[in-house]
Design a protein around this ligand. Structure first.
Ligand code: KIV
Ligand code: ZN
Length: 522
């Protein structure tokens, strides 16, 4: 049993988050995120869905082996094969957990075509099986918030009797609202025999924008585990955002007297890493980790802030890992200053890494008068995304654009060490550039998303470009930053292509995740 006022944080960025289309992460990226979560003090890490693919199985296994403090959990549908596979992966952890689920609402029961009694029996058998393998078993009635009340109570009781130690109540389609969310947990605890012996968890989706409110309300109702993801990543509108619930509990301890074990100064760094590796940019006005979350634009606000920061700030930027000042660096800044600034931003570099970054920093400082923190973060992202996948590199690009069509791009790509050059035309400079890439490296991948963000203010600002591509069900995201938007676009496109190639070569186990359907949950 959890302590009365302590709320366990269950992070599912690597499972529910990663299942959102386009957010697929590589094996190494998953290990890195798991390590950051563990270091930050997350209690339970849902590392993946081991039966979904060989790639997921390997990632969960490796995360389990490397785990330090956190419980490592794997997801499995309600059948013995899934549960056995899940156990094979999580059993290497110091503290393993099996999470098994089945859809219990009328709509979900219809999919495996089980009547209420048959489903109840399935729940009993599968939870018993999981508990025979592992002492720590979580059970979820998927779409709980649209399940008939009596039936929900009945199946929760069965799962508890069969040995579940955590009962998670998913609001799978983001349908509930705060009062109802609290009532469901409160009434389950009151009415279901044995409820006082297990931990109740809340798992909310954000379809109506209430995931954070619903999760906090569930805690008021008695839940002591919140399931969430970094940046609220997840299918459709996403899951409850970890940083939001953790900071809400910290800031409003006066009315919500619950603690978590999360070291909040690590939030910003992990948010940035998840954004980079998933290719999902964080919206500027996102609570806690958005670029503007601590920015004060209007004169009145700025004046108030200078006199007393608390006038308009309910939490300090340092509390979430933002340094107090956005110190500007320039071309005269030295290696030591760069190292210390990067360390402050969460990037602890070895000497050889620092040398590489320093060269890139100098090149940027030559083009840009002032280099801001956001520029350095973009530079680091670029460095990291570029490193792992380097079959194709952008060597030279010159575009002709303007009011007179056609726009054209003269491009040289280095493909596996050999230079290839072409000139292509298109509807605008970016289209011309992408056509040139296609001409030099023919492929059938389809461009799903093209996004540009200015990293800082000013016409000399760097642009961060994200590109998402799809090929035969495999999805890859590429990112790049440059003061030249078209160069950043070319590099982001090539980065996505490189990632697709890696997946193609490994016959992409990750892509299979999308093919294991919840429909088979029965
Ligand atoms: O949203 C949901 O119902 C889930 C379950 C698998 C717990 O993610
Ligand atoms: Zn979910």
């Amino acid at each position: 049993m959890a302590d009365k006022d302590h709320v366990l944080i269950f992070d599912t960025t690597l499972r529910d988050g990663e299942q959102s289309p386009g957010a697929t992460m590589s094996h190494d990226e998953k290990l890195e995120i798991a390590e950051l979560l563990d270091d930050m003090g997350v209690d339970i890490i849902e590392a993946g869905f081991p039966i979904a693919s060989e790639g997921d199985f390997e990632a969960v296994t490796e995360i389990a082996k490397r785990s330090k403090r956190a419980v490592i959990c794997g997801l499995s549908r309600a059948n013995f094969k899934d549960i056995d596979r899940c156990w094979e992966a999580v059993k290497h952890a110091e503290r393993p957990r099996i999470h098994t689920f089945i859809g219990t609402s009328p709509l979900h029961r219809a999919i495996p075509n089980l009547d209420m009694d048959q489903m109840a029996e399935r729940i009993h058998d599968t939870v018993t099986h999981a508990r025979n393998l592992c002492d720590n078993v979580q059970w979820s009635p998927m779409d709980a918030t649209r399940t008939e009340w009596d039936y929900l109570c009945r199946v929760v009781e069965i799962a508890i009797k069969a040995g579940a130690t955590t009962i998670n109540i998913p609001d799978t389609v983001g349908y509930t609202a705060p009062r109802e969310s609290a009532d469901i947990i409160r009434k389950l605890i009151e009415q279901v025999p044995g409820a006082d012996e297990v931990v109740f968890a809340t798992h909310c989706h954000n379809d109506l924008g209430m995931a954070t409110a619903n999760a906090l309300a569930a805690v008021e109702g008695g839940a002591r585990q919140i399931e969430c993801t970094i940046n609220g990543l997840g299918e459709r509108a996403g899951n409850t955002a970890l940083e939001e619930v953790v900071m809400a509990l910290k800031v409003r301890g006066d009315i919500m007297p619950y603690t978590t074990g999360v070291e909040t100064t690590k939030l910003m760094h992990i948010s940035r890493r998840v954004s980079t590796v998933s290719g999902f940019p964080v919206q500027f006005n996102k609570a806690i980790v958005g670029k503007n979350a601590f920015a004060h634009e209007s004169g009145i606000h700025q004046d108030g802030m200078l006199k007393n920061a608390e006038t308009f700030e309910i939490m300090r930027p340092e509390d979430v890992g933002l340094s107090e000042t956005n110190i500007v660096m320039g071309k005269h800044s030295g290696r030591a200053a760069l190292r210390s600034k990067l360390k402050e931003l969460g990037f602890d570099l070895a000497d050889n890494q620092l040398n590489d970054v320093f060269v890139r920093f100098k090149a940027l400082a030559d083009r840009k008068k002032e280099v801001f923190e956001d520029d350095l973060i973009a530079l680091m992202r670029d460095q990291e995304t570029g490193e792992e996948y380097d079959h194709i590199k952008v060597k030279f690009l010159r575009v002709i654009c303007g009011t007179e069509a056609p726009q054209s791009a003269d491009l040289t790509l280095t493909i596996d060490g050999k230079d290839h050059q072409t000139t292509a035309q298109g509807d605008g400079p970016v289209d011309a550039t992408f056509n040139a890439v296609k001409a030099l490296f023919p492929h059938n991948a389809h461009l799903q998303l093209y996004q540009v963000h200015a990293v800082t203010e000013g016409t000399d600002a760097q642009a961060t470009v994200s590109v998402r591509m799809e090929e035969d069900g495999r999805i890859a995201t590429g990112q790049s930053a440059d003061t030249d938007t078209v160069v950043a676009s070319a590099k982001a496109y090539v980065n996505a292509l490189n990632r697709l190639l890696v997946r193609r070569e490994k016959s992409d186990p990750d892509a299979d995740v999308k093919q294991v359907s919840y429909k088979d949950a029965g």
